[in-house]
Design a protein around this ligand. Structure first.
Ligand SMILES: [Zn+2]
Ligand SMILES: [Zn+2]
Length: 175
C-alpha cells in the first residue's frame, strides 16, 4: 500500500491531532467511539495532495469501517495532476469521498457526511494540507512552491510542546 499512517512519521503530533467522535449513529449502527486516522502517500515523486482517512472504532477493531479520500485542492489541480484518468476517478481525488480501493467493513456515505461536518472546523481542515507537507518533507520529497508554506515551519508544533515546528518535530536533515 502506498499510504502510510501519519503517526508512523510524527508520533507526537499525530497523537495530539487525531480526532475522535463520541456517540454517533451511522447507517443505523451506533458507535461509542470513532477515530479518524490520517494516512499519506509515501512516494517521494508523487504530489497527490490528499489524505486517506481511516474511520475506526478503536474499542472493537483496528480494521477500517470506512476509508475517506480527502483532497483539499481545487478540482482543476486534480484534473491537471491526473491527466489521462477518468473524470470519475479525478472527482474522487477531490474529496471528501469514500475511497473504494481498499477493504472496509461499513463504507456508509454517512461517514462522509460526518467528516464533512468535522471539516467545517477550519483548524481541523487545515491540518490535512499541513500534515501532508510535513509527511512529504520527512520522506525526502522536494516540496512544490505552493505546498512548502503549509509546513508551518515557524508556527507552534502540532505536538503542543510550545516550541515551533522547525525546532521541534521537523526532521533536521531535511531543512
Ligand atoms: Zn501520492
Ligand atoms: Zn513537536
Amino acid at each position: 500500500m502506498d499510504f502510510q499512517p501519519f503517526i508512523e512519521r510524527y508520533r507526537e503530533i499525530a497523537i495530539n491531532e487525531i480526532r475522535t467522535i463520541n456517540y454517533a449513529t451511522i447507517g443505523g449502527t451506533y458507535y461509542q467511539d470513532l477515530s479518524f486516522i490520517p494516512l499519506y502517500c509515501n512516494k517521494k515523486d508523487c504530489d497527490c495532495r490528499r489524505a486517506m482517512v481511516q474511520v475506526i472504532d478503536p474499542l472493537k477493531s483496528t480494521d477500517p469501517l470506512a476509508i475517506i479520500s480527502n483532497g483539499w485542492e481545487q478540482l482543476s489541480f486534480y484534473k491537471a495532476w491526473g491527466r489521462g484518468m477518468s473524470a470519475e476517478m479525478i472527482k474522487e481525488f477531490k474529496g471528501p469521498d469514500l475511497d473504494f480501493s481498499n477493504p472496509q467493513s461499513n463504507p456508509h456515505p454517512e461517514f462522509v457526511e460526518l467528516f464533512k461536518h468535522m471539516l467545517e472546523d477550519g483548524v481541523y481542515a487545515k491540518r490535512y494540507p499541513r500534515q501532508y507537507a510535513q509527511f512529504k518533507l520527512k520522506i525526502g520529497m522536494k516540496l512544490a512552491k505552493d505546498v512548502a508554506p503549509y509546513l508551518g515551519l515557524m508556527q507552534p508544533c502540532g505536538c503542543k510542546s510550545d516550541k515551533i515546528f522547525k525546532f521541534c518535530c521537523a526532521p533536521k536533515n531535511r531543512l
